[in-house]
Design a protein around this ligand. Structure first.
Ligand SMILES: Nc1ncnc2c1ncn2[C@@H]1O[C@H](COP(=O)(O)OP(=O)(O)O)[C@@H](O)[C@H]1O
Ligand SMILES: [Mg+2]
Length: 402
């Protein structure tokens, strides 16, 4: 019989404070490693707000896990009390655009974030029109703040037309006389360096007043980031080289701090599940595979079906080649992709479109494309190489579709 009193007990705790390893955990300023320059530049861009003047708009770019969200939250959180000591009221509305499906959703969330009980304004979740949401937003801003700062995290994730329309209206609010007592600043954050190329010209000029690029972390920085979360684990629950090993793995990918932290957490969970007393090298290895699979599944799940068929085709071809020769020419891959489409009961796309999808997969670092020349004047062809283990890719595609 299971004794309910023992159900939640643990004689060998691996974790002391697991919350430190959650994405939501915001480390204090002195625990943010290697980002002094970025934090200072962002603060400079917003500095005017502390004096009640219009801050610069800014775009923040960098790959995932390079600390963009963390540093932006840190700076915007600190600006409010600083301004207050000058008698200036600054409001911050931090929006995760992944959660917003439309212009209406977006504006309604921004208004709700800025709102407080003393405006006497209510922002209903639904039932009013987009323009009514805008009106509420302007009213709230004018009522409560000298300066409003809107942070749009993962700005590229809101639908193109919608986001451009909303951004245009937001960035021109003061000019257009929508708000009179409040200045507005917008910070857009994107994991996609090409976001700006894709965005509308007018938008570029209004949003991209200042741009900040967050570079990947190196292994030393990742080690420091992980060390500063050590207290997540019980004393002596981490073997000597658990942290350096997790940091080295993450550095090899693209210097992703989230990945490094996830590996450490997964390894701890693995050790805990086994009833082990320490997190060992082997746990880190297993955690890396699990992290890799989760990352791939997430990335792959955002791709259109035909990109997934291409990945499956490339993974199967790579396995067929027995890992000796990973390079698959586009034409060969296309033939095999057609058989996958057949299996899936769908019509294959034209090869031109497939080339476009392969370019996209190359940009996402899911595959690597290389043009092989046959020598002068004899043309050449493109070869595709899968960057991850084919079995991992296949199981990630499976996860995505199950
Ligand atoms: N310089 C840093 N120091 C400490 N922790 C960091 C640092 N950079 C990132 N992290 C942590 O790594 C994870 C990912 O960072 P995040 O800011 O969400 O990255 P991004 O927004 O660029 O994808 C978060 O848990 C964050 O707290
Ligand atoms: Mg982020």
């Amino acid at each position: 019989m299971i004794d309910p009193n023992e159900l939640f007990e643990n004689d060998n705790p691996i974790f002391a404070n697991k919350d430190l390893l959650r994405v939501e955990h915001l480390p204090k300023g002195d625990k943010i490693i290697g980002r002094d320059e970025q934090i200072q530049s962002l603060a400079n861009a917003l500095r005017q707000a502390v004096h009640g003047r219009t801050p610069n708009n800014a775009l923040v770019y960098g790959k995932t896990g390079t600390g963009k969200s963390l540093c932006t939250k840190y700076v915007t959180k600190n600006i409010v009390p600083q301004a207050k000591s000058n008698g200036v009221s600054v409001g911050v509305s931090y929006i995760d655009c992944l959660q917003e499906d439309s212009e209406t959703d977006l504006i309604s969330s921004i208004a709700r974030e800025f709102n407080s009980p003393d405006t006497g304004i209510t922002v209903p979740l639904k039932g009013i029109s987009t323009s009514q949401y805008y009106q509420k937003l302007w009213d709230i801003l004018d009522h409560s703040y000298d300066v409003g700062i809107i942070v749009l995290d993962e700005i590229d994730k809101i639908g193109d037309e919608d986001s451009e329309k909303a951004l245009m209206l937001l960035s021109r609010a003061v000019e257009a006389g929508k708000i009179s007592d409040c200045k507005l600043g917008i910070i857009g954050i994107s994991n996609d360096i090409r976001y700006k190329e894709k965005a509308d010209e007018r938008l570029k000029s209004s949003l991209g007043e200042q741009e900040f690029v967050f570079p990947p972390y190196d292994a030393n920085q990742l080690r420091e980031i992980l060390k500063s979360r050590r207290e997540a684990f019980a004393d002596s629950a981490l073997s000597e080289d658990a942290i350096p090993k997790a940091a080295a793995f993450a550095a090899k990918e693209h210097g992703d701090a989230r990945k490094a932290i996830d590996i450490l957490r997964f390894a701890g969970e693995k050790a805990e599940a086994e009833g082990a007393s320490t997190v060992t090298d082997a746990h880190i290895d297993e955690a890396r595979d699990r992290q890799e699979e989760a990352r791939l599944a997430e990335l792959i799940s955002c791709q259109v079906d035909h990109s997934q068929y291409l990945l499956i085709a490339l993974a199967m071809k790579t396995k067929e080649n027995g890992h000796t020769d990973g390079e698959v020419p586009t034409k060969k891959l296309y033939e095999f992709y057609k058989t996958i489409c057949d299996r899936e009961g769908t019509d294959p796309l034209k090869i031109r479109r497939v080339r476009g999808l392969l370019d996209e997969l190359d940009f996402l670092s899911l595959i690597d494309q290389e043009y092989k020349s046959r020598g002068r004047g004899r043309g050449g062809h493109m070869v595709n190489t899968l960057l991850d283990d084919p079995d991992l890719v296949l199981s990630a595609c499976d996860l995505t579709n199950s």
